[in-house]
Design a protein around this ligand. Structure first.
Ligand code: FAD
Length: 476
């Protein structure tokens, strides 16, 4: 059964320990730092009740994004579900529930990877997948370590004890995007661990109200936003990033997926379809976000009266080319799908293209933002402070006179340019640029991953064939 937005919001009122600005938050659905974004997440749950979206999002009572795809057609159907969700926030909510739903479906497609010598997490992974799908639950994840080099202190989450019924973990993990708005959090490690580093080699999932678990939120852009008109994106789609701190947290055995096993702790991401599935969602969202930004660029150029100038039409052409690239990566990853576990685990998007999407997107996003800023000029900055200025009886007529153009009344123009600034130049926008660069690992990680998945041998043999085709004695 799918949950309604209201049921989802009720689930967030569970006493979870979320801190912001020195305050322990009583209820994230009511707090000004989180409530509008919580409502946006709730709206995603309600999409399933819309008769147009329902068949795209749901099959046999379960959201499609939880399914293990069995064919190319299933991948295409899943992408349509991702698109529907991405469009609801114009691509600005990255960690929508479909993201980890697809990731966990990927783990469930190849659970044998979790069967090690000392611990077998395969059945737990399958139960985890079932719990998410049947409960329509939303999971966030933290896979990274906090800053290194604090005088040798071990800040990173690790196993500290075993107790009846489970393991005890302490330490921190970062960055928990959307964790404040999730039902559960999946904790693991994506970077390679030394073979003897068994204390850090653990993967598990917990509900966010688990005793001992704390989320320390970054500053809220939503809270700083003065109105939807002034900050249309940050006021509603601030998905939050939080540090997860665990203080002697008991993790029941049935929630442990890998335990003291460095190989399985990495394999859960790299040898199952999990990572390719995560990229399938995020690449679809990225494509949607670039479409939105390109649409903004077109509207800004019209509003500035520059749309017909050759350099401006060329910029729009370049942006449309970027949209096509983003789309092509999604379609090509689907078309190059691979069988999982000889077909027993269904199919996954092709890894070569999926991994390359991360390189492309991390490099393309900052360029797209820069191109649009260049096209927009000072209009992005020279705006009245807010919508109140337009409403003011004395100031309003002045603003309407001097901020509008013949074709674009001031209210429309200010509205558009405030949206553009929120997307391109605000603190929220800066966070998005950092997100698109780093959310699946730093560039040196993407680039290294490509050497595992890319066509290095084919490239090398083609160059070698050229070299082999001549020698010192070859004549023309
Ligand atoms: C907005 C945002 C949201 C995120 N959300 C999540 C999330 O929800 N869950 C999650 O698990 N993670 C999340 N991440 C974390 C992300 O996975 C990490 O930021 C990423 O793995 C990079 O790690 P790092 O930040 O420690 O950077 P580092 O690994 O320290 O890299 C930073 C820079 O240091 C240099 N560098 C460091 N090490 C090397 C090296 N070995 N070789 C060459 N250069 C190097 C490079 O210049 C690199 O660009 C998010 C990140 C951001 C920015």
């Amino acid at each position: 059964m799918t949950r309604s937005g209201q049921e989802y919001l009720e689930g967030l009122r569970d006493g979870r320990a979320v801190w912001i600005d020195g305050e322990r938050v009583e209820d994230v659905t009511a707090h000004p730092a989180f409530r509008s974004t919580a409502a946006s997440f709730a709206g995603l749950f309600d999409l399933a009740d819309d008769p147009v979206h329902h068949p795209v999002l749901v099959r046999d009572g379960v959201r499609r994004v939880h399914e293990v795809p069995r064919s190319y057609e299933d991948l295409v159907a899943r992408r349509r579900a991702f698109r529907t969700t991405a469009r609801a926030s114009y691509g600005f909510l990255g960690r929508t529930p479909d993201y980890m739903a697809a990731g966990v479906a990927g783990i469930a497609a190849a659970p044998a990877v979790l069967t090690g010598d000392g611990f077998d997490g395969a059945a737990h992974a399958l139960a985890f997948h079932r719990r998410l799908a049947e409960g329509d639950l939303h999971t966030a994840f933290t896979l990274n370590s906090p800053a290194r080099g604090h005088g040798g202190d071990d800040l990173t989450l690790r196993v500290v004890a075993e107790r009846d019924g489970g393991i005890v973990v302490s330490g921190a993990k970062t960055i928990g995007t959307g964790a404040v708005f999730a039902d559960e959090i999946l904790v693991g490690t994506i970077e390679p661990l030394a073979a003897d580093d068994t204390a850090h080699a653990v993967t598990f999932s917990l509900p966010l109200d688990t005793p001992g678990l704390t989320l320390i939120s970054r500053a809220s852009y939503e809270e700083r936003a003065r109105s939807v008109f002034d900050h249309p994106l940050s006021s509603r789609y601030d998905e939050n990033d939080a540090m997860l701190v665990c203080q002697d947290v008991l993790v029941p055995w049935e929630r442990v997926l890998t335990y003291r096993d460095p190989a399985a702790t990495a394999a859960i991401w790299w040898e199952t379809p999990a990572y390719a599935n995560l990229v399938h969602q995020s690449a679809t969202r990225f494509w949607t976000k670039l479409e939105f930004l390109t649409g903004l660029a077109i509207l800004i150029a019209r509003s500035n009266g520059t749309a017909e100038l050759p350099p401006v039409t060329q910029t729009v052409g370049r942006l449309l080319g970027m949209v096509a690239q983003a789309k092509a990566f999604v379609l090509a990853a689907e078309a190059s799908y691979e069988q999982v576990d000889g077909g027993r685990g269904g199919v996954r998007p092709g890894r070569e293209i999926s991994f390359a999407q991360r390189i492309m997107a991390a490099e393309l996003y900052p360029r797209a933002v820069q191109d649009i800023k260049l096209l927009a000029g000072g209009a992005l900055v020279q705006l009245p402070a807010g919508g109140l200025d337009l409403r003011h009886p004395e100031l309003g007529p002045l603003v309407r006179r001097y901020f509008g153009t013949a074709s674009h009344p001031a209210e429309d123009r200010v509205k558009l340019l405030k949206l553009a600034w929120d997307a391109l130049g605000s603190e929220f926008a800066g966070r998005h640029e950092q997100y698109e660069r780093f959310y699946h690992g730093a560039p040196h990680v993407h680039l290294t991953m490509q050497t595992w998945a890319g066509a290095a041998a084919d490239c090398e043999s083609l160059a070698q064939a050229c070299l082999d085709g001549y020698d010192l004695g070859t004549t023309r």
